[in-house]
Design a protein around this ligand. Structure first.
Ligand SMILES: Nc1ncnc2c1ncn2[C@@H]1O[C@H](COP(=O)(O)OP(=O)(O)OP(=O)(O)O)[C@@H](O)[C@H]1O
Ligand SMILES: [Mg+2]
Length: 376
């Protein structure tokens, strides 16, 4: 069911489908105000089949309310919640970009590895948002932490301005609660991101969220799922075994310090992981110092814009990835194959392909980083 063209609650004009997840369809929409004011928002429409689940709507509303109370630059802001003729809509901040799942897939399909400083920047942004939720306090000042429970690549949105935003705080708990009421497969694709202790039946926690961030960073760096298998049972067994294959078997440019950070984040025992999102982010910040001369936000924004352009080119011309010319899918690559301890540099390739669409030009996309000439 495509609701594009319809206006919700008299003010949100649905423009087009932006993406579809397990429970909902997300629309790009416009809200119009006085004197020609207009703003783009994201409208998430809960699929009708979820409406029928007992207590689901109440949980959804409750969690939407919690999500709306979280305000942080690295969290997708929830603005509003509407019920129209039995349909439920969550109105959120619009992120002009792509989700991390699409970003990683686009690199994998183009046989490219995500530059490690970008993975680190994605990790830091995600952890800043997560930390704000974990450290949330109620209006009376008492701690009221929100555990995300659903850290996965599709819930990390990457803006073409280089900003990283974590989404779906509101829905994660509701999903968690209804999982037992729904047919196997509803949470398919999400299973791979469970922390080992959660796979053993323990509740989600700050530490299980941090494991989730370690998991998506492992995937971002390797282009592979950390825990994968043909069946849910196979995946489940792998999660419980908590065996993390070495990243260094897959690429040799990742600094040892970053490998050590991920080892800690992905420790099987929650007690051996970072104590908080801030601690984890700080450790990544230390690693980022090795990316000398890299403006991570600018580089990430450029890579996201290039990735998005490549994805829309692919959708338009229907070329399979094997038919695409090599090197067409990313504009940024490392100039050196092995820089475990040396400072890093990013070089631009194919500058003629940078951000040529008028739509992107008008969105304040930063100019390309000039190639760095002085080598250490
Ligand atoms: N605020 C937003 N701004 C722009 N695009 C968004 C926004 N929220 C979601 N999207 C896009 O819509 C897609 C669908 O989102 P949705 O949260 O419904 O599903 P998902 O995250 O892919 O899976 P899940 O159902 O497990 O959450 C996302 O993958 C993302 O690409
Ligand atoms: Mg989502």
């Amino acid at each position: 069911m495509d609701l594009s063209g319809q206006t919700i609650d008299g003010k949100y004009q649905l423009v087009s489908i932006a993406g579809e997840g397990g429970m909902a369809t997300v629309y790009k929409a416009i809200i119009r105000g006085a004197a020609g004011f207009q703003r783009t928002v994201a409208v998430k429409h809960v699929r009708p089949e979820f409406r029928a689940l007992k207590n689901y709507v109440e949980m959804f509303i409750e969690e939407a309310r919690v999500g709306s109370e979280l305000a942080h630059p690295n969290i997708v802001q929830v603005h509003d919640f509407c019920a129209v003729e039995g349909s439920y809509f969550l109105i959120m901040e619009w992120v002009e970009g792509i989700d991390l799942g699409a970003f990683v897939k686009q690199h994998r399909d183009g046989n490219k590895l995500v530059p490690w400083p970008l993975a680190v920047a994605i990790g830091i942004g995600t952890l800043r948002g997560l930390g704000a939720a974990h450290e949330r306090v109620a209006a009376d000042g008492t701690p009221a932490p929100v555990i995300h429970r659903d850290i996965s690549p599709h819930n990390v949105l990457l803006g073409i301005n280089g900003v990283v935003k974590l989404s779906d705080f509101g829905l994660a708990k509701a999903r968690d609660r209804i999982a037992s009421h729904t047919a196997p497969g509803t949470v398919k694709g999400k299973l791979s991101y469970l922390a080992p202790e959660v796979a053993f039946g323990k509740p989600n926690s700050v530490q299980s969220d941090l494991f989730g961030v370690g998991n998506i960073l492992w995937e971002t760096l390797t282009g592979e799922r950390l825990f994968d298998g043909k069946t849910d049972v196979e995946i489940f067994k792998k999660i419980r075994a908590a065996t993390v294959p070495p990243i260094s078997d897959r690429r040799n440019d990742v600094p040892a310090a970053l490998l050590a950070v991920l080892d800690m984040a992905l420790a099987a025992d929650p007690a051996n992981r970072y104590g908080s999102a801030d601690e984890f982010a700080h450790a990544l910040g230390q690693v980022m110092k090795q990316a000398v001369g890299v403006n991570a936000a600018t580089a990430l924004g450029q890579a996201v814009a290039a990735s998005r352009k490549s994805l829309s080119d692919d959708a338009n011309d229907h070329l399979s990835t094997t038919e695409r010319p090599a090197g067409n899918s990313a504009d940024i690559e490392f100039s050196k194959p092995d820089h475990n301890v040396e400072p890093l540099e990013l070089t631009q390739r194919r500058p003629s392909q940078q951000m040529t669409t008028p739509a992107l030009k008008t969105q304040g996309v930063p100019p390309p980083i000039p190639p760095k000439k002085d080598k250490p």
